[in-house]
Design a protein around this ligand. Structure first.
Ligand code: FA5
Length: 327
């Protein structure tokens, strides 16, 4: 093929090419080992010497020119592709950012933390106990023997073997703690409790209690009243009214129930309390003649309900974001 014709054909193709990949194909087609220029060189040997020189020279020139054209085009295409790339990667710094949702603490956790702070400042330690309990710690050691009618006060979820249960209150931790620690002592015990009972706006089958226990040589119900009043004052940050009612718990004597109301609202039964019964000291290995003290068990959910004016306890456990986001 005539070198000039090859040049014209290559020129057309190079002009039309749109990307580097196809440009490379053109390079191979004309200047590659088996390309059109190489084919012309191969065919030279068939020609006379004169022609060979003439065509050889021409072909060499064409080769150099095609090479130049390709290099030029390659530069252009690279520049063009770079511009497209930059355009693609450009970010609009004026666009509004995406907000990342941040979670927050559950109202019951908030209330717990606040309560810890108040009691810790009065010298109480925060102690934990198991949610799955034995009959001994949940009942017997608390002076509630089997077949005693007082057991009916706590509708119990028994586990399959009928030996273990889901604790119905945080009071078993009193025994666990007194077994291992000598008085004087001051503890609070937060934790989940479970009762096999019908639910309503102020009762759920799971709820949180906070047990309190203070043991020393000369503790009286007056100490209990002072501590609980101080706690309620700091927790509600406004004046609340409380009333103590005589009550009955097998593990305290005397026993009382405490109701609380805020801003002349409804009285809410908030906690049970009393002076630790001698049989409880005995069960925990302490001498009731030597030690005395008070214990109380307050419903954390109910404290939160009065504080935040929440009408239904079940809202705490439903995971409804419309409710939770308000805290
Ligand atoms: C007790 O559980 C005793 N262990 C409290 C106690 C401790 C008395 C130490 C004396 C000494 P009671 O069953 O009344 O008592 O429960 C105490 C508080 O837990 C209640 O006042 C209430 O605030 C809360 N509570 C009880 N049952 C539920 C329930 N189903 N749902 C929500 N809160 C509850």
């Amino acid at each position: 093929m005539n070198p000039k014709a090859i040049k014209i054909e290559a020129q057309k193709e190079i002009k039309r090419v749109k990307n580097l990949k196809n440009l490379d194909k053109i390079f191979k087609k004309y200047l590659g080992k088996k390309g059109k220029i190489a084919q012309v060189f191969n065919s030279l040997k068939k020609l006379s010497e004169k022609e060979r020189k003439k065509i050889g020279k021409e072909t060499n020139l064409v080769k150099v020119e095609i090479d130049k054209m390709i290099k030029k085009k390659s530069k252009e295409l690279k520049e063009k592709e770079r511009k497209i790339q930059i355009k693609k990667e450009r970010i609009d710094i004026t666009r509004p950012g995406k907000k990342i949702g941040v979670g927050h603490l559950h109202p019951l956790t908030l209330v717990q933390r606040e309560i810890f702070e108040i009691f810790q400042s009065m010298g109480f330690s925060v102690i934990q106990g198991p949610e799955v309990e034995t009959e001994w710690y949940n009942f017997d050691a608390l002076n509630i023997p089997k077949d005693h009618p007082a057991r009916d006060m706590w509708d119990t979820f028994w586990l399959k073997n009928n030996k273990l249960l889901l604790r119905t209150h945080t009071s078993p931790v009193q025994i666990r703690y007194m077994e291992k620690h000598n008085p004087p002592l001051r503890i609070i015990v937060p934790g989940k409790c479970f009762r096999h009972e019908a639910t309503d706006a102020s009762h759920d089958i799971q709820f949180y209690q906070l047990e309190g226990l203070m043991i020393d040589k000369n503790i009286s119900a007056a100490n209990f009243k002072a501590i609980i009043e101080e706690f309620l004052k700091r927790f509600f940050k406004t004046k609340v009214e409380i009333q103590l009612r005589p009550s009955y718990f097998p593990f305290t004597e005397p026993s009382f129930e405490i109701d609380v109301r805020k801003e002349k609202g409804k009285w809410v039964e908030m906690m049970g309390a009393g002076m630790v019964h001698p049989n409880v000291f005995k069960a925990a290995g302490l001498n009731p003649k030597e030690w005395q003290g008070f214990a109380f068990g307050v419903g954390l959910d109910r404290l939160a309900m009065v504080k935040y004016k929440i009408g239904d306890i079940r809202l705490f456990y439903q995971g409804d974001l419309r409710f939770l986001k308000q805290f």
